[in-house]
Design a binder for this molecule. Structure first.
Ligand code: ADP
Length: 183
């Protein structure tokens, strides 16, 4: 299955991605995790992207698209993947669509995590990652609304929406049930 997760920062995509990736037997590919690994290893890419993560801005598309293209070319992603944090705008979605189409593939579904902005802001303040300061959190929510939320319209034909409030296991079950009809 080729699946994309969409939802505001703090919606629990990373947590659910781990459960879903095990249940669906496809690799979990998180652009945020990939960037953070580069930053902690201080690779040239990490040094280049750090300021964007610190500010809650999107990393420039050329950088992000190249990293994703390389990751998707690895053998474990040949038969499916679960993308978490990509695409994050319509231009990235166009690139992903073209890449998949060039191999005769397409996305099977886009799973939308629906949750109130106030709940996610509270969660992120409690989490306290390096970019979880209130002004940066608010900015990431704004970037989500303006840049990422339009993907729900873009992918309207294949969007599956779930309520992302509740117990972690319960939400995984909701997601799997919602996807079952889409595989
Ligand atoms: P969150 O969902 O809490 O914002 P992520 O780990 O998904 O956390 O993303 C953290 C940061 O990584 C983003 O604020 C952004 O700077 C960068 N990032 C992640 N994915 C992308 C992407 N597809 N395009 C551009 N920047 C990205």
């Amino acid at each position: 299955m080729r699946l994309v997760l969409v939802g505001p920062p703090g919606a629990g995509k990373g947590t659910q991605a781990k459960n879903l990736s095990a249940a669906l037997a496809v690799p979990h590919i998180s652009t945020g995790d990939l960037f953070r690994a580069h930053i902690s290893e201080q690779t040239p890419l990490g040094l280049e992207v750090q300021e964007y993560l610190d500010a809650g801005e999107l990393v420039p598309d050329e950088v992000t698209n190249k990293m994703v293209r390389e990751r998707l070319a690895e053998p474990d992603a040949a038969n499916g993947f679960l993308l978490d944090g990509f695409p994050r705008n319509v231009a990235q979605a166009d690139v992903l669509g073209a890449l998949l189409a060039s191999e005769g593939h397409e996305l099977d579904a886009v799973l939308e995590f629906r949750i109130d902005e106030e709940i996610v802001v509270e969660r992120l303040l409690a989490r306290g990652r390096a970019d979880d300061k209130e002004d940066v959190i608010r900015h990431r929510q704004q970037v989500y609304r303006t840049e990422t939320a339009p993907l729900l319209e873009y992918y309207s034909r294949i969007v599956v929406t779930i309520d992302a409030v509740g117990d972690v296991t319960e939400i995984s079950e909701r997601a799997l049930a919602a996807l079952r009809g889409e595989k």
